[in-house]
Ligand binder design. Sequence first.
Ligand code: DGL
Length: 261
Amino acid sequence: MNDSPVGVFDSGVGGLSVLAEIRRQLPAESLLYVADSAYVPYGEKSPETIRQRSQAIAAFLLERGAKALVLACNTATAAAVNDLRSLYDLPIIGMEPAVKPAALATRTGVVGVLATTGTLQSAKFAALLDRFAGSVKVITQPCPGLVELIEQGELQGPRLEALLQSFTQPLLAQGCDTLILGCTHYPFVRQVLQAMLPGVTLIDTAGAVARRLAERLQVNELLATGPARATAFWSSGDPHGMQDILPLLWGQQAEVDLLPV
Ligand code: DGL
């Protein structure tokens, strides 16, 4: 069982930002990654569609022997993690915008959240704010169009900058000094954002998710040991397109197969 793989999925290539942290922290784990690119962006889909897709992908990963699942997607976590946990008895790690660390980090008392419409409208996100925002003012900003640019590998240039400016200027104007990257696609434009917002602290949760996975595997005596293991990729959209973009987002070439669900 310890040699079984960990299954990781996202609506597209965004979850590769989480996969990279998992790979860095847990080199001995064999990893399976599914990009549900035929359905990207999840942020504009109904929770019901996202639940159905998440179940189909989870079933696929379990058939391939997954011993744990990581929803490397804030939007899928908001819509589907409770469902998956009630269906399957194995470690299932989700992710949500880092409201707690951001509330601790802010000095101005104003935190911004960049995330998808689906995440920001979810009951899970409302509960997160109730629990951790305290006296901090949290300003939410949906980012339509941003995931699409990142999916195309457009990680710099005037179009991206104009879009990021339009999302962040209203937050800066209200005194935001801490910005949560509440979607796993956004770390891929972190450098551009940081150059644009020099005094602002950017927070994402990829490292914390990988640590959480390591803890859950450890507690369940499922941690793999031994030499570094491989990562396998599937896409429900265009596997060749994803294969072309992997060197940019994953740092190396790899084969991508068509997801049969
Ligand atoms: N990467 C996803 C997230 O973390 C979803 C992006 C999308 O498909 O809208 O929320």
